[in-house]
Design a protein around this ligand. Sequence first.
Ligand SMILES: *Cc1c(COP(=O)(O)O)cnc(C)c1O
Length: 463
Amino acid sequence: MSRSAHPAGPRHADVLTEGHYSAPAADLNVLDEKVWARTVTRDEDGALTVGGIAVARLAEEFGTPAYFLDESDFRARCRAWADAFGPDADVFYAGKAFLSRAVVRWLKEEGLNLDVCSGGELTTALGAGMPAERIAFHGNNKTVAEIERAVEAGVGRIVLDSFQEIVRVAHIAQRHGVRQRVQIRVTVGVEAHTHEFIATAHEDQKFGIALADGQAAEAVRRALSLDGLDLVGIHSHIGSQIFDMAGFEVSARRVVQLLAEVRDEHGVELPEIDLGGGLGIAYTSEDDPREPHEIAKALSDIVTRECEAAKLRTPRISVEPGRAIVGPTAFTLYEVGTIKPLEGLRTYVSVDGGMSDNIRTALYDAEYSVALVSRTSDAEPMLVRVVGKHCESGDIVVKDAFLPADLAPGDLIAVPATGAYCRSMASNYNHALRPPVVAVRDGEARVIVRRETEEDLLRLDVG
Ligand SMILES: *Cc1c(COP(=O)(O)O)cnc(C)c1O
């Protein structure tokens, strides 16, 4: 049976209705620098290298599947964000995208702050030496124990997410004899995802306190009245993988309106405004993310303009990119296992990982790219679906992509832009062993999160 290639597009109606792929790239061997970490290139043998090390060597030393993270790219992105926003603004890396002690040290060295949203993330941050005042604590249901630890540690801000939490944090702070710096998270009635945003009815979610019906103004009233709280600003986070700045524009305008109301009612000008994260990255060649300096300029222009109109002093802006910093810096390396061609449809390529190391495709219908990286090939492009080894037909890593038709078991393929929300959302489904994260820099590769072992799994299973 011959494997079917689709160089000119789909042949069958069901492929048309199911797939969302464009024509294959003119040359599948070319690595689109938009989706790959900065030091990724092919060596003279055609093998992909990162930080100067070829994937065959990485696979041999660290096994597959594994995440390889380009440390110099990560650091460069941190600096780009910090430089773009400058000394009058703050950049908080959203730790939930991917956090480890090495990452905390890089952030600290590159001058970034850090968002955490659980006791585990807080412990990691503090344990790796992030100064508490550079940590912000988020979450819609922080436990009392978590709040206690955050207050005791002296975190720079707690982002209050509900009326109960306003009282809870105030009590705990008072008991510790401190005034805790806090922001209030509001929902501005905007939800943004990728190229679209919707400006009505998105108070219908678990996070934050609604602006629309005066709830946020009431939350400010209560926070200002409590001795344990030092209310320093308003926080808003509108979505994820956003390219269009229009959602931020509406969000900033509404938050500034609240700041003006607070000034009119209480005679207080809150000094900070946090516009959240959610800035998009390129997962495929079709995505066109903006550079940090463009984003910084757009956000600062919007806030400045709105504040001038409201006759407010411009507050200190903060942002919280997670994906935009770590996402593009890593790729997942897999070994091809079985290959199942379906004549006229597509070819299923099974890899040695799957939804346990990348749940985003199953969870969000996320799009990814993939490339053959252990060698180049002049074979025709074939339409593939890259799937994992789990007992679940939704176990898809890359829904629609093209790989060379001579792909064979044992080849190494890599999925770029897996730095964010892949290792951090990884699971042990089917008792899979979560893959390691290996940092690569200047010809050296170092494990920063080791691969799980069966002993790790058995240690939790206490019989
Ligand atoms: C998830 C989250 C972020 C980071 O989102 P990215 O898409 O990774 O940039 C920032 N702030 C808050 C409050 C979040 O919940």
